[in-house]
Design a protein around this ligand. Structure first.
Ligand code: KIV
Length: 417
């Protein structure tokens, strides 16, 4: 599609269009926005119907405001990930590539092609951005947040409100992975009505694409079926189900005898029959996971279940080696491979920072970012003296001399000007 305009009107109108979409999505319809642009003098819109798709990817609810890939000729349209922030902020922000939201159709395609499905948990904006940037397929906002973020010994204290808050943050950061919210303990066990009410909050308020529940028996299966029938994509979870710690007697592997292995398999089959799109297999022997994976026609996502599943999931903090506290070290499961030792890096950086602040090495002139014009500085100093604030005036004068002799700050951005 060609948008031809030699003038400044296009970026301005595009900006207005973006603002309208961002701030009052429903107040101006797409046709109205299109005709506004099409009627603007100097514009030629070869394919009016594809205007919106050109400005924004419209393939999924979450990609609503995704920027188009940069193309030439200019002008280019840059729509930020965070619609409520201006283009230039003091802190900047991640520039993640535009992408299509991973969805059940793509999951199905990957599964059928026998390609391993990648899943990682995330709990907040930065972890969501990391998971997104790494090209992970599914992002689970797990109730493991209770342990790895909130420091509880189990997942049981996690509430719906906790989960919704974390889901919202993740939905802002992860634009490509399919987002799955973990129904917390106490939010679905009573039956279908409770499960649908909780799951609806995850989708409406939390910005999730799907939910996960634990257990493959009794009311859990009924709840899973009700969710699927209500049009809510639901993932099952069998084997070690941490919310059942009270009856399991601890975080213990499951399915280690023929009878319990069969039980795990039956639970997985029941969840599949109920309409789950995938099932997590947690902490079970590999042959049991292999049998379940072969026996089902939906993907299995393993965690501590060996290599023969359709995909793998790990907890963000565990795989990054974020756990430094002895309590956390105890909780990190033994099946987890640590791909980094981020906790040690964070610890060392914080000690460096503490030492540099204590010794006044930070901020050095290189990080003293904001300058005041010498004339303005003098007038400020004069005003301070006139008000009897002599010590303050002297402090300002000394700092100005220091700045002027230090040269330019190292990190200069538009936002400082
Ligand atoms: O809460 C969680 O993170 C999970 C995964 C371990 C599957 O349920």
């Amino acid at each position: 599609m060609v948008l031809s305009s030699g003038s400044f009107v296009l970026p301005r109108l595009t900006q207005r269009l973006c603002c309208s979409v961002q701030s009052c999505k429903s107040s101006l319809s797409l046709p109205a926005l299109q005709s506004q642009l099409v009627q603007t003098p100097g514009f030629k819109l070869n394919k009016p119907s594809s205007l919106f798709q050109t400005l924004f990817h419209t393939s999924g609810a979450h990609s609503f405001l995704s920027p188009k890939p940069h193309t030439t000729p200019k002008p280019q349209f840059q729509v930020r990930n965070m619609s409520n922030l201006p283009e230039s902020t003091v802190y900047g922000g991640p520039q993640s590539p535009p992408a299509q939201r991973f969805n059940l159709r793509l999951l199905q395609r990957k599964y059928k092609a026998g390609e391993p499905i990648t899943v990682v948990t995330a709990y907040d904006y930065p972890s969501a951005v990391h998971v997104d940037s790494a090209g992970i397929d599914l992002c689970l906002v797990g109730d493991s947040v209770g342990m790895v973020v909130h420091g509880h010994d189990t997942t049981l204290p996690v509430t719906m409100d906790d989960m919704i808050l974390h889901c919202k943050a993740v939905a802002r950061g992860a634009r490509r992975p399919m987002l799955i919210g973990d129904l917390p303990f106490g939010s679905y066990e009573q039956g279908p009505e409770q499960a649908i009410a909780s799951a609806t909050r995850f989708l409406k308020e939390g910005g999730m694409d799907a939910v996960k529940l634990e257990g493959g028996h009794g009311k859990r299966v009924v709840a899973a079926q009700a969710l699927a029938e209500a049009g809510i994509a639901v993932m099952g979870h069998v084997g070690l189900t941490p919310q059942a710690i009270s009856v399991l007697g601890g975080f213990r592997p499951q399915g280690k005898s023929a009878s319990t292995a069969l039980q795990v398999m039956e639970h997985a089959l029941a969840l599949q029959d109920a309409g789950c799109f995938a099932v997590v297999l947690e902490c079970i022997p590999s042959p049991v996971a292999a049998a379940i994976t072969r026996g089902l026609h939906i993907p299995t996502i393993g965690i501590g279940a060996g290599p023969l599943t359709s995909g793998q999931v790990l907890v963000y903090h565990d795989l990054l080696g974020m756990m430094q506290h002895p309590h956390h070290a105890k909780v990190t499961p033994k099946f987890c491979k640590q791909y980094a030792n981020v906790g040690a890096v964070i610890g060392a950086a914080l000690v460096d920072y503490r030492n540099e602040v204590s010794s006044r090495a930070f901020p050095s002139p290189a990080h003293t970012a904001y300058r005041i014009d010498p004339e303005q500085a003098q007038s400020f100093e004069r005003e301070l003296r006139e008000r009897g604030l002599t010590a303050a005036a002297e402090a300002a004068a000394e700092a100005q001399v220091r700045d002027l002799t230090a040269g330019e700050p190292r990190f200069k951005t538009q936002a400082m000007d």
